[in-house]
Design a protein around this ligand. Sequence first.
Ligand code: PEP
Length: 243
Amino acid sequence: MRNLIAANWKMHFDIDEAENTAKQMANSLKFTEIDVAVCANFIHLDRLNTVFSKTGIKLGAQNMYFEEKGAYTGEVSPVMLKSVGCEYVIIGHSERRHIFGETDELINKKIKSAKSHNLKPILCVGETLKEREDAKAFDVIARQIKEGLDGVDAEDVVIAYEPVWAIGTGVVADRNTIEEIHAFVRQIVGNLPILYGGSVKPSNAEQLASIKDVNGFLVGGASLVVEDFKSLIEKFIKIKGED
Ligand code: PEP
């Protein structure tokens, strides 16, 4: 299994800022030990495809619709993502689940569609603070994985464990929490890569990388600053090396 660190740029950057950041990444991120991907906004993908074309950096989207084409105003299809060079697509990010009301059923349709178009889905799972306090974290995560992957040949699927309360908050989950959730997810998904996401930054990357069953990171805020993103990748590689 190859480790993966994926950037999630969310709804940041205009087109020039995105291109400039991508160019800086193309010049400075030359890692061969692990896979590195940038999941950018739809409108950035075509330009970034050009910037990353002769580099090892892979391109990803942050969402997609499950249909190939048709009367779905405002949506973007897997065919479109392939046509601009995407290899990955984030599916079921907590912001999609909680702000845009995506259900496990919809997420499952998107995963099936992504797979059938040779896109590698990064399926995000994770509990809210309330669910954790109510001791429901394991049930929620098991449900999200089982329903998300129902009827799916899971080869090439990546799982990202992102506790909702740790995303963009600066609060990173503690070692025991991550260790026990990743071990639990491992029992369900076998040898699929399991990323950790939630306030990963250079200052905690080494600590997080040293946790068993952490096969990479999904990184929001710290991926917007090239030096920070580079530094946390270096720290991950220092601990995990090449798997
Ligand atoms: C994310 O966007 O998936 C994420 C984990 O964000 P942040 O690193 O900013 O917490």
